[in-house]
Design a protein around this ligand. Structure first.
Ligand code: NAD
Length: 340
């Protein structure tokens, strides 16, 4: 692998601990990233007076690749969410959330699905207002949902390309076009048009979102990939994480034309920060997604297999998975598996 420059934001709370563990296993994999470390979140407020300094943005603009720990969103002070700001700044239109059963003995054994969520449109465009009627200042509320053909087609294309690269067989388009005939209807129509272009190699179907939620709970193994709009994707991707034991093992990626940012789905876990007991798996799996993104598919697979083997076969688990291993012990075990 040639050395590639990438931005590193270690994050707040447990961020430094899980990132340190992740760098250690990347080292064992002999992965060559030239890290440009930058601040974000509370660490950036303390060091630069803002949660998202220009130096951090400049770095991502240059490297187009970022591994990020969880950031604490400062309460009050008028700060906007760093994650939302990054999404807007780099037009990160595809949110990728893989969900896979790792720990056996849970509710579902064979879940292995990837949800692609459109990240920039829909009800999350921020056109959300209240109106005064008579004496009530907040008598009426209105939100606007924006869906474009271009936005729908590009996220659908991303989903089908992802399916091709990752050997996935089927993409389900999730919508509510029976009721939201204009917005969800346009998404469905656009995504179906893209699906036709891939029909020779990838099967596709469509499902209404409420039925999808029920089917995910009844028989999640039937899904391979889902592509959907912003709000539905937000809800379904957390639902999916819950099927396999919560957010502790869930990585995510936000991908756009100008940059790609990889992170664990969980937050900064202030309750256990500094104790050395956080589970670094989600951050390690985020790094595996980053390796996929730079076409290091073999190394990504090796990392995933090592994490699974350590949890399932070696029974080395952190407290959130019912074990007693520290973050450092877990990292050492994964590095050992990689080198074996
Ligand atoms: P959280 O995910 O940080 O924690 C929820 C619970 O899960 C806590 O009990 C925590 O100890 C546990 N947990 C989380 N990650 C863990 C890990 N890797 N290993 C073991 N246990 C883990 O959610 P929260 O407490 O609601 O949020 C804390 C802060 O994180 C807030 O400021 C929030 O805004 C921020 N946050 C950031 C992101 C992000 O940067 N992507 C995502 C979610 C929350």
């Amino acid at each position: 692998m040639t050395t590639r420059e990438a931005t590193l934001i270690v994050g707040d709370g447990i961020g430094p601990e899980i990132t340190q563990a992740t760098l250690q296993v990347l080292d064992a994999l002999d992965v060559k990233f030239d890290w440009d470390e930058q601040y974000g979140g509370m660490a950036a407020v303390e060091n630069a007076g803002t949660p998202l300094p220009n130096a951090t943005l400049d770095s991502i603009r240059r490297t187009r690749l970022c591994l990020k720990g969880p950031l604490t969103t400062p309460v009050g002070g008028g700060y906007r969410s760093v994650n939302v700001a990054l999404r807007q700044e780099f037009d990160l239109y595809a949110n990728v959330r893989p969900t896979k059963t790792i720990v056996p003995g849970g509710r579902y054994e064979n879940v292995d699905l990837v949800i692609i969520r459109e990240n920039t449109e829909g009800l999350y465009v921020g056109l959300d207002y209240t109106f005064k009627i008579g004496g009530d200042r907040r008598a009426l509320a209105q939100a606007m949902s924006i869906v474009t053909r271009e936005g729908s087609e590009r996220v659908a294309k991303f989903a089908f390309e992802y399916a091709k690269t990752h050997g996935r067989k089927k993409v389900t388009i999730v919508h509510k076009a029976n009721i939201l005939k204009a917005t969800s209807g346009l998404f469905l129509e656009s995504a179906k048009r893209i699906a036709e272009q891939y029909a020779a190699s990838i099967v596709s179907d469509d499902k209404i979102v409420d039925n999808t939620a029920m089917q995910l709970v009844i028989k999640p193994e039937q899904f391979d990939m889902i592509v959907t709009t912003n709000l539905f994707g937000d809800i379904l991707s957390d639902l999916a994480a819950g099927l396999v034991g919560g957010l502790g093992l869930a990585p995510g990626a936000n991908i756009g034309t100008h940059a790609a940012i990889f992170e664990p789905v969980h937050g900064s876990a202030p309750d256990i920060a500094g104790k050395g007991i956080a589970n670094p798996s989600a951050q390690m799996l985020a790094a595996a997604m980053m390796l996929d993104h730079v076409n290091e598919l073999g190394k990504a697979k090796k990392l995933r297999q090592a994490i699974e083997a350590v949890i399932v076969k070696d029974n080395v688990r952190t407290a959130d998975l019912g074990g007693r291993a520290t973050t450092a012990e877990f990292a050492k075990a994964v590095s050992g598996r990689i080198r074996a």
